[in-house]
Design a protein around this ligand. Structure first.
Ligand code: NAD
Length: 398
């Protein structure tokens, strides 16, 4: 079929297999150009099909020579209907990994469920024996709790006071004021249930019970802090409470890993255009200004540069460098004082009229469409493209 982007709000409902392949190949090329980091034999990535999780799987395979199992929740294709981008990303990733003789298998389903955990456990037992690294990179708006059956929905709201600030509709470039009413306690609890650390800990406990964690096992989950101007809606808001919980969970997990000499970390990553971040109010405008400043200073990084730096300069050092709260920081360039001062100045000036010159709205838009395989110069979008592609190592789920 001829595949064009079809957007609804901050999502694109179509994806292009060739463009997604391009996205994955670019990331693999980046890792290969930087060189091998070392060897970590067996890696499980939860949320491995897009964003930071995909970059983690690619860096593991092509930078650490790892066998990888990826777990994700993506829509398969059918005749006349494209798959979601993460499906095509995984097709491209597995194809390249297999070409190089690397083990790569995938499980598509709800990672919060007991069924998908059990499926993953069986696959590890059968094929890998144990795992050396688990990357937890889920971003989801909902979670059905596997014990209570309650379906929790996360919200992005301030706590205590209403919040008003600028935001942009990145499709039209219109900058307007957004007003967000404060949340209820129930909304905080629900957001923590979805994006906090409980499910991460459940994965670790389930794997540990089956003796699937190798000696010196490591696990890492991803967090965000961000600047003062998004604080009320991000770090001090409902999602921030979930991140607090995730960060605390790293200590609980580390304690539970003592007998395998294991360690759990949270890495605070940089703000980037991903399917999840484009849904957060205010953040796309902040990112448009941040990208402009970071590009001018030669500091700009995407998911793959961030994760390569995390793996090569932080996570596998004998002594892992952390901040006073025990977190790894690869948001260090975003949070540099000179970067933040410039972004804050631009924030004061930004309007619909000034954004095209003082911000990088085009960069934002291009990256947004790239997430779905569109807007790549060297992909011909007028060509007939096969939309029904199989993931070679996809495991059957009921
Ligand atoms: P993303 O939307 O690109 O990726 C989310 C992944 O989770 C996908 O692989 C998706 O298939 C998977 N997923 C979602 N629900 C699932 C489910 N129920 N079962 C199985 N898989 C499921 O998101 P991202 O931006 O890469 O975020 C990953 C982590 O990084 C999150 O914890 C996020 O808070 C954090 N982070 C993001 C940013 C940013 O700016 N994007 C910055 C710092 C930290």
């Amino acid at each position: 079929m001829i595949i064009k982007p079809r957007t609804r709000g901050f999502i694109c409902t179509t994806a292009h297999p060739k463009g997604c392949e391009k996205n994955v190949l670019n990331q693999i090329d980046y890792v290969k150009s930087k060189g091998e980091i070392g060897t970590v034999k067996r890696v499980l990535v939860i949320g491995s099909s897009t964003g930071f999780g995909l970059a983690s799987r690619i860096t593991s395979a092509f930078g650490l020579n790892s066998s990888t199992i990826g777990v994700f929740f993506e829509k398969p294709p059918s005749k006349g209907k494209t798959a979601s981008a993460g499906w095509y990303n995984t097709v491209a990733f597995e194809t390249e990994a297999h070409k190089e003789g690397l083990y790569a298998k995938s499980i598509n389903g709800d990672a919060f469920s007991n069924e998908i955990k059990e499926k993953t456990i069986q696959l590890i037992k059968k094929d890998l024996g144990q795992i050396d690294l688990l990357v937890y990179s889920l971003a989801s708006p909902v979670r059905t709790h596997p014990v209570t059956g309650v379906r929790h929905r996360s919200t992005l709201k301030p706590i205590g006071d209403a919040y008003a600030n600028k935001t942009v509709d990145f499709h039209t470039g219109e900058v307007e004021t957004i007003n967000i009413e404060p949340c209820t306690q129930e909304e905080i609890d629900n957001t923590v249930a979805v994006m906090g650390g409980e499910d991460w800990e459940m994965w670790i406990n389930a794997l540990k019970e089956e003796n699937l964690l190798a000696p010196n096992f490591k696990t890492v989950a991803y967090s965000y802090i961000g600047p003062k101007l998004t604080k009320a809606v991000y770090r001090n808001g409902t999602i921030g409470k979930a991140k607090d919980h995730l960060e605390k969970t790293a200590f609980t997990i580390s304690d539970a890993l003592k007998d395998v000499n294991g360690e759990a970390y949270v890495s605070v990553n940089k703000a980037l255009v991903t399917q999840s971040s484009s849904a957060i109010p205010v953040i796309p405008l902040y990112i448009s200004l941040l990208y402009k400043v970071m590009k001018e200073k030669g500091l700009q990084e995407g998911c793959i540069e961030q994760i390569y730096r995390l793996f090569s300069e932080r996570l596998f050092l004998d002594k892992v460098p952390t901040d006073s709260e025990g977190r790894i920081r690869i948001d260090d360039w975003e949070m540099r004082a000179d970067v933040q001062e410039e972004v804050a100045k631009l924030w004061e000036q930004v309007t619909t009229e000034t954004l095209p010159s003082i911000g990088d709205l085009n960069g934002y838009k291009t990256e947004f469409f790239n997430l779905f395989g569109f807007h790549y110069d060297d992909v011909d979008y007028n060509l007939e493209t096969e939309e029904v592609l199989d993931i070679p190592g996809l495991q059957k789920t009921s």
